[in-house]
Design a protein around this ligand. Structure first.
Ligand code: AMP
Length: 249
């Protein structure tokens, strides 16, 4: 069974993001970029399926700039067999990414596509769902457990206040939640080996798609800076302020 994993290049989760002075977006100059953490979980799950003998091939795919090759090489170092970059410098909307991924799905015919539930930069939480709609495949989102049983995937989903288990007929789309697994670190020998693994670069036009966006970002603003605290003189004053100023009691 072929497994396709979608990997996004994002600002590293440890970086404190800065908004550009003209509010047009986030400043990416000299900022550390990494694989989206939920995509790391997706790669880990695919590699574990391969280690269990369920997956025969794991293909990592990214849509984005040439620099996203770095994140694909990381996926290869973590255990993916080969990688595909759909290279574009366009500002990407989820729909554009989902259409490009759909074209890769049509070409590769995987039985399972694993995506992160959310990219930590845009917080869209919709690419997997859009890909499911475009392909017509069943979807199991926010997965905390995935079991493959013949022609079905049994996915335990984290929902408000509990867990839901769904059975999906393969081929299917799964998006990963935080508790699905704990991703491994790439070892140095595997980082070296990854350099020799195949990484194919395609233009969107090679797949017959366009990544031009139909929406644009109007404005990005940083959250309001936190005001300084104050010292109160007594419990009575604290209660008065909580009641009448903060209005929380
Ligand atoms: P989002 O819907 O943007 O929050 O992203 C959810 C997931 O979709 C990510 O964790 C990735 O698995 C996948 N994804 C989003 N954008 C891209 C991209 N440019 N290239 C590859 N995968 C992506």
């Amino acid at each position: 069974m072929k497994v396709l994993v979608a990997v996004k290049r994002v600002v590293d989760y440890n970086v404190k993001v800065r908004v550009k002075a003209d509010n047009s977006g986030v400043d990416l100059a000299n900022v550390k970029m990494s694989m989206n953490p939920f995509c790391e979980i997706a790669v880990e799950e695919a590699v574990r399926l391969k280690e269990k003998g369920i997956a025969t091939e794991v293909i990592a795919v990214s849509v984005g700039p040439t620099a996203a090759q770095e994140q694909l090489r990381t996926a290869l170092a973590l255990g993916a067999d080969r990688a595909v970059l759909v290279a574009t410098d366009d500002e990407l909307s989820s729909l554009a990414v989902a259409k490009a991924l759909k074209a890769v799905v049509d070409k590769e015919q995987p039985q399972l596509v694993i995506l992160g539930k959310q990219a930590i930069d845009s917080d869209n939480n919709q690419t997997g769902q859009m890909l499911a709609a475009l392909t017509g495949y069943a979807q199991g989102t926010f997965a905390s457990k995935v079991e493959i049983d013949g022609g079905n995937a049994r996915v335990t989903r984290e929902i408000d206040g509990g867990l839901q288990t769904v059975s999906l007929k393969l081929p299917a789309i799964v998006t990963t939640d935080l508790r699905l697994n704990e991703p491994r670190y790439a070892t140095l020998p595997n980082i070296m080996k990854a350099k020799k693994k195949p990484l194919e670069t395609l233009a969107p036009a090679d797949l017959g798609v366009s990544t031009a966006s139909t929406n644009s970002i109007v404005k990005v603003e940083a959250p309001a800076a936190r005001g300084a605290g104050i010292k109160v003189g007594s419990v009575a004053e604290l209660v008065e302020k909580l009641k009448n100023e903060a209005k929380v009691i």
